[in-house]
Design a protein around this ligand. Sequence first.
Ligand code: AP5
Ligand code: MG
Length: 192
Amino acid sequence: MNLVIFGPPGAGKGTQSKFIVKKYNLHQLSTGELLRQEIKNKTRLGEKIESIINSGNLVSDEIVSNLIKKFIADNSYNNRLVFDGYPRNLNQAQNLDRLLNQHNQKIDIVLKLSVGLEVIKKRILERQIQEDRKDDNLEIAIKRFNTYEKSTEPVLDYYKQSNLLKIINGEATIDEINVEISGLIERFKGWL
Ligand code: AP5
Ligand code: MG
């Protein structure tokens, strides 16, 4: 199965993806982490995108599409992908369907973690202490949230049409969300 984990910055996409991939032997594909890796390795792409990411804007659709293509084409990840942070606009959602279709795959479940701005601010300020992410400060977190509301949230309508969307209360505890997501996956697999 292929899953999309959707939600605003700090919603818990990474946290829940890591849990799912381990439990169900899937592969996490976080475009944010791939982009940060480019910056860390000081590649040409990394230099190009650093200021965009640090200012809380989206990098171009073409750049992220190029990053995810090889995973979709790789047979060892066939029907085992958890998309964390992709798609982020309608064009990316359509591109993802197209790329998966070329490799006889599709999206099976779209999970949306709903979290309000106040909780997000709190989580991002806490994470700021633990991790060194240049985009983790109050001003840029609010900017990322606004970018999410403007560009990314409308993509949900696209998935609602195809009945793939499951909305989860992302303000519950990490464990409670784990249990809810496991139930959805296992129902999909026919185990429950
Ligand atoms: P990305 O890395 O995707 O960042 P994001 O969407 O802003 O989300 P985060 O990674 O900050 O949060 P998360 O939802 O993963 O939450 P987490 O599990 O860490 O993207 C970064 C940037 O890259 C973008 O701004 C953009 O510039 C660029 N980019 C990426 N993809 C792109 C694309 N497709 N197109 C264009 N540009 C793209 O949790 C957050 C914190 O909360 C953690 O400390 C965690 O421990 C804690 N926590 C998690 N769940 C809970 C819970 N239930 N209760 C309490 N605490 C919790
Ligand atoms: Mg993340």
